[in-house]
Design a protein around this ligand. Structure first.
Ligand code: SF4
Length: 388
């Protein structure tokens, strides 16, 4: 069978997503899975040769993960439970359910209920992966717990501190901790902080966990936690997810005063408009004590994806511009829509087609099923910035 350019692109993207799933899991060493990874790697290299330029650049953006705003994922914790509407189509839950059979990494943590993936609500540490970032020599931007939530109520503060201890010791990397539980994040930071010996405490908890796991890097962890490390940890960015105004308001209030080198919001999956002007310091009530440093925005993708209004991302970009804050447009999702009007003025790629949604809006049909290829977007949406 021969594939056209579009076919190669779709196949390459599909393989990349499969590779991303394995990278996201990244927590088993069985021979079978290693062989599967090798096969995926071979397929990627085989098809990358013939892929279109945009498919090649898409692959380069996320070699280790399909998440464009990071360069690697690290999952020292497995398991989660839903918090709000933004969790309805949780990607991690689907992957976990797929690998929840006997002997598989998510056994006991997820299952299928009536044909749908469901977390069981149990959470556990993965001690054998706790030290992974200490082994990665090249500096990376690392998304912590892409398959869980570090501040899940099923984890003790001591366990969370062990993860923070490794982040403190792996100072060459930038860690991105994203949560839908900012209240618990705040409680943890209050618990660990304030006495002036936060790094010692983090080192103690990390060392205990590493020794318990038989990894035996007690000395290196303490050695690396020298006077160079300050508090809040300079290499840890703390973010919260919000899908609409209510979740944004509630979670921003909970995290606004948290000690963090960078505070950010992932407005994804965006399910409604969000006015973040107050948090960006351009609201009507004057600048907050601490403003947001970064906003990531994206529409929902995958089966059952809900519509994403292009006005939401435009307004977020405009507000970030006005505030001088970094903005990262991750994807337009599977169902981007624009207001009824002359859609040709919006500057989508020529191959993009449009159709009515029946709700007074126009649906945009992009080739990339996640809406994650900026080449298909109007030029003003191609914004992918990182905080300084
Ligand atoms: S908090 Fe994150 S990982 Fe947990 S269920 Fe919600 S979307 Fe999934």
């Amino acid at each position: 069978m021969r594939l056209g350019a579009g076919g190669y692109q779709r196949l390459t993207q599909s393989i990349a997503r499969t590779a991303a799933i394995w990278a996201a899991i990244a927590d088993t060493n069985t021979t079978t899975i290693a062989a599967t990874r090798r096969s995926i790697g071979w397929l990627l290299s085989r098809f990358a040769r013939d892929a279109t330029p945009s498919a090649r650049s898409g692959g380069a953006v996320g070699e280790r993960t399909g998440i464009q705003w990071t360069s690697a994922t690290w999952n020292p914790v497995r398991g989660c439970s839903r918090v709000s509407e933004g969790c309805r189509h949780c990607y991690a839950e689907v992957v976990a359910a797929r690998f929840s059979g006997p002997g598989l990494p998510y056994e006991g943590l997820a299952r299928r209920v009536g044909g749908e993936a469901r977390w069981t609500g149990k959470v556990r540490m993965v001690p054998e992966h706790l030290a992974d970032p200490l082994r990665w020599k090249k500096p990376r931007r690392i998304f912590v717990n892409s398959m869980s939530d570090l501040f899940h109520e099923g984890l003790s503060f001591e366990q969370i501190a062990a993860v923070f201890g490794v982040m403190a010791a792996a100072g060459r990397h930038t860690f991105q901790v994203l949560t839908k539980r900012p209240q618990r994040a705040r409680e943890f930071l209050d618990w660990i902080g304030g006495a002036g010996n936060e790094c010692d405490l983090l080192g103690d908890h990390a060392s205990e966990a590493l020794i318990a796991a038989g990894i035996g890097v007690l000395e290196p962890v303490h050695h690396r936690l020298g006077s160079r490390v300050g508090w809040p940890l300079p290499n840890v960015q703390l973010g919260f997810s919000a899908e609409d105004q209510d979740t944004f308001n509630a979670r921003w209030c909970q995290i606004a005063g948290a000690p963090a080198a960078v505070l950010f919001c992932s407005y994804e999956p965006a399910l409604g408009p969000v006015n973040a002007r107050g948090a960006l310091g351009i609201g009507d009530y004057g600048p907050p004590p601490r403003r947001l440093d970064w906003i990531i925005v994206g529409g929902e993708s995958g089966p059952g994806a809900r519509p994403f209004n292009i006005e939401w991302v435009r307004s977020t970009i405009d507000d970030c511009r006005e505030a001088g804050v970094a903005c990262f447009v991750k994807q337009l999702g599977a169902k981007p829509t624009i207001a009824d009007g002359d859609y040709r003025d919006f500057g989508f790629a020529p191959h993009v087609t449009f159709s009515g949604t029946g709700q007074g809006r126009i649906g945009c049909w992009l080739r990339d099923s996640h809406g994650g290829d900026p080449d298909e977007w109007p030029a003003d949406l191609r914004v992918r910035e990182f905080p300084a």
